[in-house]
Unconditional design. Structure first.
Length: 435
């Protein structure tokens, strides 16, 4: 076992599995706006009507910010994200920048939009994830640029002069040298860590269960988004659906995504910068553990296996792409569920290969309430792949992009996402911008 990688794995999980309030792409815009206002030295309580905000984002961020609900506002899109971030955002709260929203703040932000004080456009940049927010007030201007990661501020300029330029962020475990734990790692190493590392070191992952399960309960109230989770509940009551593991996974996973995508004022535990990915890596495992009456230790190790596997798979891909991130995160859940069903590394590998053979073509056409459908579909695919795997059934290496080796299969998926699907991304945005 490569135990020298374990501290790096642990640091990667602590970095990439964090609470997030709202869809993380517009939240990065809200965060940049909050920082800009703070740098101007302005009081958010008396935001002047003459303030103006200009937002320039990468095409991928535009795609994921156009149609998603912004927590606490009852509105969708990047303009309200920038306005509410300026009005009430907490620059020190990271992905929970909007946690202190009040009704009066929302009214002030809406007035800014009505007065056309916020403009949003696409920046011609190479960065996949990029947001530059410039705030103008009288003769003062501040620009804040976030890039490559949702909370990574790379530059702050005041009145045209740079006052902060951040160096490239170090990867987890980097103590002066460029160390990426996933370059050397294979799925076997992820599995060994999750199953054998001291339980006390990884018990913090249960916070993912607490946050995302609470979000699921909220979503099942039936008042959010497309009501996917509530629809499953209603149709069980009608007798059109039966209960059982699969239905329960679909119901509770979709419920969490319903609430999250329609702006519920509750944080999700994210994975790799995405709340939906965090939900997809958490809820199928949580539901399966409840259904199987798994012990707390089994649940902890299954959740760690799921989240770290999701991070490992995503580490080969661009931060944002035309490939739906919920599908890759749910591959982590397939691993965790297989472990709960007493599968070992061979079965875990088989489940992931089958998932890649199943849902690898699902596109990301922006963040929106319909994402709950893709999240639930991915969760169902995870259950299906896990059940196949424990019976010794998998998509074989002679089929499609799936290889005999699971790590090669994961790299094949990344080649698709980072290669040909970049043009798919361009086409998706073009369609969305001209509807």
């Amino acid at each position: 076992m490569k135990q020298h990688l374990w501290p790096l794995f642990l640091e990667a999980v602590k970095r990439d599995v964090v609470p997030a309030l709202g869809c993380t792409e517009p939240i990065s815009v809200a965060l940049a706006a909050a920082i800009a206002i703070d740098e101007l030295g302005m009081s958010k309580q008396v935001l002047p009507s003459e303030i103006k905000i200009d937002v320039a984002v990468s095409a991928n961020l535009m795609k994921n910010g156009m149609g998603v609900g912004i927590p606490g506002t009852g509105m969708v899109g990047l303009p309200i994200a920038a306005a509410i971030g300026a009005v009430t955002g907490d620059r020190h709260a990271g992905l929970e920048v909007l946690k202190n929203i009040k009704g009066s703040d929302v009214e002030a932000a809406k007035l800014m939009l009505a007065n056309e004080q916020v403009t949003v456009g696409v920046a011609d940049v190479a960065n996949v994830l990029y947001a530059k927010v410039t705030v103008y007030h009288q003769q003062q201007t501040v620009s804040v640029t976030i890039a490559d990661s949702h909370t990574k501020v790379i530059a702050i300029a005041k009145n045209g002069e740079q006052c902060l330029v951040e160096p490239e962020a170090k990867v987890a475990g980097d103590n002066g040298s460029k160390v990426n734990p996933f370059i050397e790692a294979k799925l076997q190493d992820i599995y060994d860590f999750a199953i054998h590392t001291p339980l006390a070191d990884i018990s913090f992952i249960m916070q993912a269960k607490s946050l995302n399960d609470a979000l699921s309960i909220e979503g099942l109230s039936g008042n959010y988004g497309l009501k996917i989770g509530a629809t499953f509940v209603k149709n069980q009551q009608r007798g059109l659906l039966s209960g059982g593991l699969l239905t329960e996974v679909l119901t509770r996973t979709a419920g969490a995504s319903d609430a999250r995508m329609d702006g519920a004022m509750m944080p999700a535990m994210s994975n790799s910068g995405s709340g939906n990915q965090g939900i997809a890596a958490t809820m199928p495992v949580v539901v399966s553990a409840d259904f199987l009456k798994s012990s707390e230790e089994q649940t902890i190790r299954a959740l760690m296996l799921s989240h770290l596997t999701a991070i490992y798979i995503k580490s080969y891909q661009n931060k944002l792409s035309a490939l739906c991130g919920a599908t890759t995160a749910a591959m982590g859940s397939a691993a965790g569920i297989t472990y709960l069903l007493e599968g070992e590394i061979e079965q875990v590998s088989a489940a992931i290969c089958s998932m890649i053979g199943d849902v690898s073509g699902v596109i990301c056409d922006g963040a929106k309430t319909a994402c709950a459908m893709k999240v639930s579909s991915s969760a169902g695919a995870a259950v299906k792949a896990a059940l196949m795997a424990i019976d010794g059934i998998r998509v074989t290496g002679t089929e499609g992009i799936v290889a005999d080796d699971v790590d090669q299969t994961i790299r094949n998926l990344a080649t698709l996402a980072n290669g040909a699907m970049t043009q798919t991304d361009v086409q998706i945005l073009e369609i969305m911008m001209h509807k």
